[in-house]
Write a protein that binds this ligand. Structure first.
Ligand code: HEC
Ligand code: HEC
Length: 232
């Protein structure tokens, strides 16, 4: 018995600490669940910290408002969307409207609303009467300009611009105005360089008329499925 007791004591203590740990983990995950933000509610109604409803600008189904340059959000990758919201909040992506919106969201809110938009279906685009397949925009999009070291947009954004994986966002269903604004933002350093600074380099090789040609060509592309679906 003198030998057995310490062992029973140790077994009891091990059991006890397992119970304590399990209870703590359960309590913690309940708190996290309670704190978990509601992406749909934020998108449609805003939050109590003054964030406006995203839908007023980005559309009821996340399709964007072409004439104002408010981008489509529906069906873009969650990681991409959350990274953009963080960049607006910390000023790396310089836009006064979105800076105010993003700063009124907690990081939980940003992650939740990003997940919400990522899970929405990509908008269907009415096939536009865009510049044809032999237009300057189409040639840049599909072939690039190799003497200048400019790769084709389709190499990273997918053959029809539908996006590739979680890193390369879809360009289809974005308006000409929004696309133009982004390419100019990279030229001016008003948008963070992003992964491997790929887009800063691409944008630096585009002339003013390249940007116009690309924006009108891309904005008329029909919606095409992502090359490899982004994780929602
Ligand atoms: C008053 C209009 C307005 C409201 C409201 C608004 N946005 Fe925006 N949003 C914009 C504009 C304008 C841009 C483009 C900024 C730029 O050109 O860089 C944008 C861009 C974005 C982008 C970048 C998309 C991309 O493809 O890179 C995200 C993400 C975004 N908004 C999320 C939200 C969320 C989430 C909400 C709601 C909490 C919201 N926005 C509310 C106007 C708005
Ligand atoms: C080498 C890869 C690569 C090439 C080539 C490339 N892109 Fe991109 N592009 C990216 C990446 C990566 C992002 C996301 C940047 C970020 O996360 O901030 C992006 C983002 C964009 C966006 C912003 C989309 C949004 O929702 O805000 C536009 C517009 C764009 N690219 C246009 C183009 C055009 C036009 C071309 C061809 C002239 C092109 N890209 C070529 C990698 C590339």
């Amino acid at each position: 018995m003198a030998i057995e007791s310490p062992r029973i004591f140790r077994i009891t203590m091990t059991l006890w600490s397992t119970v304590v740990r399990a209870t703590l983990v359960m309590a913690l995950s309940t708190t996290l669940n309670l704190a978990h933000a509601d992406g749909a509610a934020i998108a449609l109604h805003g939050n109590a910290q003054g964030a406006p409803a995203c839908a007023t600008c980005h559309g009821a189904a996340g399709e964007g408002t072409a004439a104002s340059g408010y981008p489509r959000l529906a069906g873009l990758g969650a990681e991409y969307l959350a990274a953009q919201l963080d960049a607006f909040a910390n000023g790396q992506r310089n836009n006064p409207v979105m800076a105010a919106v993003a700063r009124a969201l907690t990081s939980d809110d940003r992650a939740a609303v990003a997940l919400y938009y990522a899970a929405l279906a990509a908008p269907t685009v009415k096939p536009g009467i865009g510049p044809g397949a032999n237009s300057p925009g189409a040639l840049l999009f599909d072939e690039g300009r190799w003497p200048q070291g400019l790769p084709a947009c389709s190499q990273c954004h997918g053959p029809g611009g539908g996006g590739v994986g979680t890193t390369f966002p879809a360009l289809t269903a974005q308006s000409a105005l929004y696309i133009e604004n982004q390419l100019r933002a990279w030229q001016k350093g008003a948008r963070p360089p992003g992964p491997l600074a790929l887009m800063s380099v691409v944008a630096s090789k585009l002339s003013d008329s390249d940007i116009k040609d690309l924006a009108s060509y891309i904005s008329a592309l029909p919606a095409s499925p992502p090359f490899r679906k982004s994780k929602p």
